[in-house]
Structure formats: structure tokens, C-alpha cells
Design a protein around this ligand. Structure first.
Ligand SMILES: Cc1cc2nc3c(=O)[nH]c(=O)nc-3n(C[C@H](O)[C@H](O)[C@H](O)COP(=O)(O)O)c2cc1C
Length: 230
């Protein structure tokens, strides 16, 4: 059995980000009964914090590569470090991840970062995929990416994936009935037309990415590393 962990950092259970996570999982599962997909919703977890700068992960001789803080995120961090493939999903909030996703990323990556030579090493190598949904059109993605790229790069380096997959859905439909909300500035008709033209393709992109990750995982692209071995 090989396990793909999807960390869903969106608050809404049945909207855009969740649907792309479902499609990714469906694609991955379709490849083999040997592929297990586990889905975690960060917003369903008991209370947790971002990095509290305790520096326990930097104590000499005790650099385990995993966060020492014990709270509602601990089990997910352990699962992410032990998985065979990792998917991180978030709606874009103010050009970045949701706060819960950001807190998860801080706690995941800071223990991988060596303050000796600034290399980044996860306890295990594995393929990586990102899922994002946003109001913005594709043309604004370079501006948004500028906010994401430092941490995205650190996660990819840590996991040893030189070419992570990106599933990005633009100009999403944010509410089921725009008539109920003061949101005219978003040009709801344009979003609905975009959704009608592109959403099926977005879902298929997610399914394809799921199949691709399952293929990498099945081919043994995940492997334990000794933390500290770059
Ligand atoms: C607090 C908040 C901030 C947002 N900021 C942005 C933003 O900066 N850029 C953007 O394109 N969309 C932004 N959005 C829109 C969401 O990213 C978009 O509707 C997304 O598809 C929602 O995902 P969901 O349907 O899975 O909840 C924001 C939404 C909220 C609630």
C-alpha cells in the first residue's frame, strides 16, 4: 500500500477547493487498489497554532525534522512526514494560503530547515502537488505566485520533488446565488460563464494530477531520508 495525503486547507466542505481535492483523490484511487488516499480538513482539526518559535527543532543533536509542539496539528504533521505523496490545497486568501494552511506550512517546513547551511530536508522524499482556487483570472497568477513561491520552493526542496504538480482553478464561482450578496464588482456573470466553460476541465486536470501522482508513488518515488542527509 502507498499513501497519498491530501491536506485540504479550505474552510468550505463542498465548494471549489473541496471539489478539486475530491477529483484528485478519485484520479489517484482509480489507478490501483494499492493507492490509499487520506484526506484531512485543517478546519476540522482541534485547535492548533502556527510555529511558536520554540526552536526545539534546532536543538543540537535533536533535529528530528518534525515539529515538537503538541496540539491539534501534530497527527497531521506526522502523517505528512510519513506519507508517500503530499497534496496541499487551499483557496487563495489575500494572495496567499488560508491562515490554517499557512500555519500548517510553517509547522511542516521550519523543522526541515537547517540553520547550519540553510538546506531543507524532509524526513522522507515524496512527490508533491498543490491545489489552488481563486477569484482571480489566470493573468493574475504571476502576482499571486510571488507571494507563494518562497514556501512552495522550500516544500519542494524538502520533499525532493523537482517538478511539483499545480492544479489551479481561476475565476471560481464563490457563492451559489450571487443575487443574495453585494458582490457585483466581481462581475458574477463572467464568473458563471467561466465556470461553465472551464470547470469540467479543472476537475479533469485534478483527476489527471491524481493519476500522475499515483504513478510516481507506485514507481517508488518516495523514500526515507536520514534527516540531516542532504
Ligand atoms: C477572506 C477571503 C480572501 C480572499 N482573497 C482572495 C484573493 O486575494 N485573491 C483571489 O483571487 N481570491 C480571493 N478570495 C476568493 C477565493 O479564493 C475563491 O472564492 C476560492 O475559490 C474559494 O474557495 P472555496 O470555494 O473552496 O471556499 C478570497 C476569499 C475570502 C473568503
Amino acid at each position: 500500500m502507498k499513501k497519498i495525503l491530501i491536506v485540504d486547507g479550505g474552510p468550505r466542505r463542498a465548494m471549489n477547493t473541496a471539489a478539486l481535492c475530491d477529483a484528485f483523490a478519485e484520479g489517484a484511487r482509480s489507478t490501483s487498489p494499492e493507492i490509499v488516499v487520506e484526506r484531512v480538513r485543517l478546519y476540522d482539526l482541534p485547535a492548533y497554532k502556527g510555529c511558536v518559535s520554540c526552536l526545539a527543532c534546532k536543538l543540537k543533536g535533536r533535529e528530528t525534522g518534525s515539529c515538537a509542539l503538541r496540539d491539534g496539528l501534530s497527527d497531521v504533521l506526522r502523517a505528512a512526514n510519513e506519507a508517500d505523496g503530499l497534496v496541499i490545497a487551499s483557496p487563495i486568501y489575500f494572495s496567499e494560503w488560508t491562515a490554517m494552511t499557512r500555519a500548517f506550512l510553517e509547522r511542516l517546513v521550519f523543522p526541515w530547515l537547517h540553520y547550519t547551511d540553510f538546506s531543507v530536508t524532509a524526513p522522507k522524499k515524496m512527490p508533491l502537488a498543490w491545489i489552488y482556487t481563486m477569484n482571480a483570472p489566470a493573468s493574475m497568477m504571476p502576482d499571486i505566485r510571488a507571494h507563494l513561491s518562497i514556501l512552495e520552493g522550500a516544500v519542494a526542496r524538502g520533499l525532493g520533488d523537482p517538478a511539483p504538480q499545480f492544479v489551479e482553478a481561476y475565476a471560481t464561482v464563490q457563492v451559489k446565488d450571487y443575487a443574495r450578496y453585494a458582490m457585483d464588482g466581481l462581475q458574477p456573470d463572467a464568473h458563471i460563464a467561466w465556470r461553465d466553460a472551464h470547470w469540467a476541465d479543472d476537475l479533469e486536470t485534478a483527476r489527471t494530477a491524481g493519476r500522475a501522482m499515483a504513478g510516481k508513488v507506485g514507481n517508488g518515488r518516495s523514500q526515507d531520508t536520514q534527516h540531516g542527509t542532504r
